[in-house]
Design a protein around this ligand. Sequence first.
Ligand SMILES: Cc1cc2nc3c(=O)[nH]c(=O)nc-3n(C[C@H](O)[C@H](O)[C@H](O)COP(=O)(O)OP(=O)(O)OC[C@H]3O[C@@H](n4cnc5c(N)ncnc54)[C@H](O)[C@@H]3O)c2cc1C
Length: 395
Amino acid sequence: MSASTLPPFDPADPLGIDDLLSDEDKAVRDTVRQWAADRVLPHIAEWYEAGELPGIQDLARELGSIGALGMSLTGYGCAGASAVQYGLACLELEAADSGIRSLVSVQGSLAMYAIWKFGSEEQKQQWLPRMAAGEVIGCFGLTEPDHGSDPANMRTFAKRDGSDWILNGRKMWITNGSVAGVAVVWARTDDGVRGFVVPTDAPGFSAPEIKHKWSLRASVTSELVLDDVRLPADAVLPEVKGLRGPLSCLSHARYGIVWGAMGAARASFESALGYAKTREQFGKAIGGFQLTQGKLADMAVELHKGVLLAHHLGRRLDAGKLRPEQVSFGKLNNVREAIEICRTSRTILGANGISLEYPVMRHATNLESVLTYEGTVEMHQLVLGKALTGLDAFR
Ligand SMILES: Cc1cc2nc3c(=O)[nH]c(=O)nc-3n(C[C@H](O)[C@H](O)[C@H](O)COP(=O)(O)OP(=O)(O)OC[C@H]3O[C@@H](n4cnc5c(N)ncnc54)[C@H](O)[C@@H]3O)c2cc1C
């Protein structure tokens, strides 16, 4: 094997992972990358600093028009893309900002997925086409002020009143809450945990926005307040009872995060690599120092290992073989490594690393949320620990 006959080394794809992609996969990736470059990157620092996502309804419609909402679902106006293609889209969106990827994940993998998987045909017809088009934004209310990692003890309760349901309770940290037209809300009933499709104009429903966040600032995060919200009998998701419902939605969304986190890592790494080649100290580019090269090499190894892992899990999902423990494996590794890549990139940029002129600190602070939501690091360690030992250490 002579080096001259080999394909050239590509710093953007050192392992040649692109070889795993079909032309259709690449087209999906390029479309989403271009959209993010045009619509998000020119504004994101400003939005982040202001702590808002202006024009979110327009952004949602545009994301709908490129097929990014409920992307891997079939029918009802959804794109029916493969799991790998959905993952590639998540990576490209999160390379722009985790807030944009969160908008898409919550819409497609949590709110739409819950209705698509567990809803009645009427619920699907009523909501999914408009959600796929981005005309209606959805949110997913599981977490409560006093119940995060342990949702089994949630307090939100739905009681029967004739054939109607009356919902009371509070949900906390709900992405898209204040801009949603529909909320999928999980509540206890006399018959176990059930999911409810709640139009957000229902009397008694409100969704005040949570301000003063230092992470995911370009994302809407809200409290959901349910004060005697009366819903008709057919508001309940008929096809699931118990925590299996929300947990299977979370597994679907976590899969997207396995890819997405590597987008934030890629953007930070690229920023650090570019800087290292041009910034000079002690008479030469800092990328020429061995200590900097050590950081760059280690980051490249973890970045591309993470992308490879995401591909592997995507292929298993497409083959119908992906287990929840394997999703935990991917989320645990990739988010943890992504945040390390951001922190190391920050050191290479020196003081400039703390500036919003560069994306690195924004990605690092975003990933603090990503590390916590959809199951904290510790929860995924416990999932894997249980799978490895057969011993439950959750309580
Ligand atoms: C920006 C953002 C957006 C979010 N969006 C949504 C959303 O759209 N919908 C939604 O329902 N939720 C959402 N969440 C909530 C998120 O899912 C929860 O924050 C998460 O599940 C953790 O719950 P908690 O914050 O209450 O932490 P806690 O559960 O109180 O955990 C605190 C700490 O204790 C640790 N811990 C808990 N139990 C154990 C144990 N048995 N062993 C060891 N350690 C343990 C945890 O790992 C963590 O480190 C969002 C959160 C954020 C920050």
